[in-house]
Design a protein around this ligand. Structure first.
Ligand SMILES: C[S@@+](CC[C@H](N)C(=O)[O-])C[C@H]1O[C@@H](n2cnc3c(N)ncnc32)[C@H](O)[C@@H]1O
Length: 272
């Protein structure tokens, strides 16, 4: 298997080949078609609901087989269908960890007959009931207020003992609402490609930092798979981290040659 590359092909065919070859991923971080009629240059987002559910179920099961025993699956699924997908993950024998939310303040609406869409849910399930990676300290955020840091704050620990709470020097624990703007407008013109549903690098980078296993030197050291990699955002983020001395082996799969070429261009653009 060649790592750190985008394979131009159909993941419904390639994932079974990877399983056959004994390939395993520590993390599958993916953003599959939502079935909302997006134009990816193919019909993958325009299926009858029953066909969409059938292929999605098969894909969830393939992902489960590809995961290492302590691996995690992170799956962006639009709110319309997230309930179906969550059920499929339970049925596949994966373990629910969290329904995360990607929240964006800069959403826009084509209708005044419903609230403005400002989030996409993404599911986190683990293969093991008890073991998974979550690097809490790598994704801490600044404390909102300095005020409560001025006077001692007390809490009771599990034994009922009174303890003084001390702020973590790395910041507050991140919540399950991940706020990052979409790539809309001039501010993101440099990052945005022609792909219609490109995810922001800042969001994907943060997710890799949170969920990628590390080695004893504290470097990210794992295999990450994105079977629906579009314009290659996952690969771009992994390559940026590898240039900082991390050791991520990643594989992207994308049906359309056009998006593979864009992914290659983005990755080549990191050189030099
Ligand atoms: C929601 S987009 C992913 C966007 C990506 N996260 C990015 O940042 O660019 C889903 C992608 O899956 C691709 N796709 C659809 N069916 C596929 C299949 N069977 N195998 C591989 N890729 C597929 C589509 O062409 C589309 O580019």
């Amino acid at each position: 298997m060649q790592y750190n590359t985008v394979i131009n092909g159909d993941c419904d065919r390639i994932m079974p080949e990877m399983i056959e070859a004994g390939i395993k991923a520590d993390l599958i971080l993916t953003d599959p078609p939502y079935n909302l009629n997006k134009d990816f240059g193919n019909d993958s987002d325009k299926l009858e609901l029953s066909d969409f559910l059938k292929v999605t179920k098969s894909r969830v099961n393939l992902c489960k087989q590809l995961l290492e025993s302590n691996g995690s699956l992170l799956w962006f699924g639009i709110h319309h269908y997230i309930g179906f997908i969550q059920t499929m993950m339970y049925e596949a024998g994966l373990y629910y960890r969290r329904m995360n939310i990607w929240y964006y303040e800069n959403g826009f609406s084509r209708t005044s007959k419903a609230p403005l869409a400002q989030y996409e849910p993404f599911l986190w399930f683990s293969k093991s009931k008890t073991k998974w990676t979550y690097n809490v300290d790598d994704v801490r955020i600044p404390y909102k207020s300095e005020e409560r840091l001025k006077n001692p704050v007390y809490y009771k620990n599990a034994k009922g003992e009174r303890k003084v709470w001390k702020p973590n020097p790395l910041g507050a624990m991140r919540g399950d609402i991940w706020a990052f703007p979409t790539l809309a407008g001039k501010a993101f013109a440099k990052e945005k490609t022609a792909h219609p549903t490109q995810k922001p690098e800042a969001l994907i980078m943060e997710l890799i930092k949170a969920y990628c296993p590390k080695n004893t030197d504290g470097k990210y050291d794992a295999m990450i798979l994105d079977p629906f990699c579009g314009s290659g955002t996952l690969g771009v983020c992994c390559e940026k981290l590898n240039r900082q001395g991390h050791n991520i082996r990643w594989v992207g799969i994308e049906l359309e040659k056009r998006w593979c070429d864009i992914a290659d261009q983005r990755i080549r653009g990191l050189e030099g």
